[in-house]
Design a protein around this ligand. Structure first.
Ligand SMILES: NC(=O)c1ccc[n+]([C@@H]2O[C@H](COP(=O)([O-])OP(=O)(O)OC[C@H]3O[C@@H](n4cnc5c(N)ncnc54)[C@H](OP(=O)(O)O)[C@@H]3O)[C@@H](O)[C@H]2O)c1
Length: 251
């Protein structure tokens, strides 16, 4: 059975760049997101390597569709959960619908997609979560996002606690401040963190998604199981840069 790398959030940013990177290195990839035109454009770049699927991963039906598309056809070598949203707002104003929407894609999707694909995974398959500094510190006006990323952080540890024999190995990585729609949105409007986000751009600190893809690829293919799952890998930590970074990180 063909081994496949599953990447969520494939229509944009890190997920899209990772699909391209994996395809360039001859890995068969299944890229998932909701927006089909973006997915089709990506697939057209690497029609032999990239398979696509439009699914709302925040729903049970969407995840079940992915499982059905994979089961019996592919053996999953890795899943990278890049799909997420980062709707801003104060907790005091938070409505239940917004809460449900963010928790569904940022927390439930990685948990239950991994769970449903367990029977389709190769022995020792790797699962990688996209973490954030927001998992560790509360940024004003971004409380719900911080809550969701803190839950995701514990989720990677909890999976590894459940699989001490490493039937699957779960890792976590912080991609830094990534140039793309999430940062574009964070620089909009009038909120207490807007100047911080604008400064990231003005000071040339944004990291291109292609750089993040190189980092994630190194984690997926060049670390051993113990290293892969040992920490929430931070792209800004220069102790690992010699292993994968060629050129400046940002700018
Ligand atoms: N950007 C940053 O500065 C930053 C910093 C720290 C951590 N991170 C994390 O890194 C990851 C990637 O971020 P990014 O900058 O690449 O984000 P992005 O460009 O906004 O992409 C988000 C992706 O998630 C997909 N998505 C959202 N809701 C979905 C749903 N219900 N079902 C399926 N797919 C869904 C979107 O596709 P569709 O809209 O087509 O569904 C899109 O492909 C995220 O987990 C983010 O939290 C980002």
């Amino acid at each position: 059975m063909t081994e496949i790398q599953v990447v969520t959030g494939a229509s944009s940013g890190v997920g899209k760049a990772l699909c391209r990177h994996l395809a360039q290195h001859s890995y068969p990839v299944l890229g998932i997101a909701r927006r089909l035109p973006e997915l089709k454009a990506l697939q057209a770049e690497y029609p032999r390597q990239i398979h696509i699927m439009s699914a709302d991963l925040g729903t049970r039906e969407g995840r079940e569709g992915v499982r059905q598309a994979i089961d019996g056809k592919y053996s999953v070598r890795s899943i990278v959960h890049s799909a997420a949203i980062a709707t801003g707002g104060y907790l005091r104003d938070l409505d239940y619908q917004t809460y449900r929407q963010m928790m569904a894609i940022n927390v439930e999707a990685p948990l239950f997609l991994t769970q449903s694909l367990l029977p389709c995974m190769c022995d020792g398959a790797r699962v990688l979560h996209l973490s954030s500094g927001s998992a560790y510190r509360a940024v004003p006006y971004n409380g719900l996002y911080s809550i969701s990323k803190a839950a995701l952080l514990m989720m990677y540890r909890a999976w590894n606690a459940d699989f001490p024999e490493r039937e699957i190995v779960v890792g976590s990585a912080m991609p830094g401040v990534v140039d793309g729609p999430m940062q574009d949105a964070a620089r909009e409007g009038d909120h207490p963190s807007v100047e911080m986000f604008r400064e990231y751009k003005n000071k040339g600190l944004l990291i291109q998604p292609e750089r993040v893809a190189e980092f994630l690829s190194w984690l997926l293919f060049s670390t051993n199981d113990q290293q892969f799952s040992a920490q929430d890998w931070n792209i800004f930590d220069d102790s690992h840069h010699a292993n994968w970074l060629h050129g400046p990180l940002s700018g």
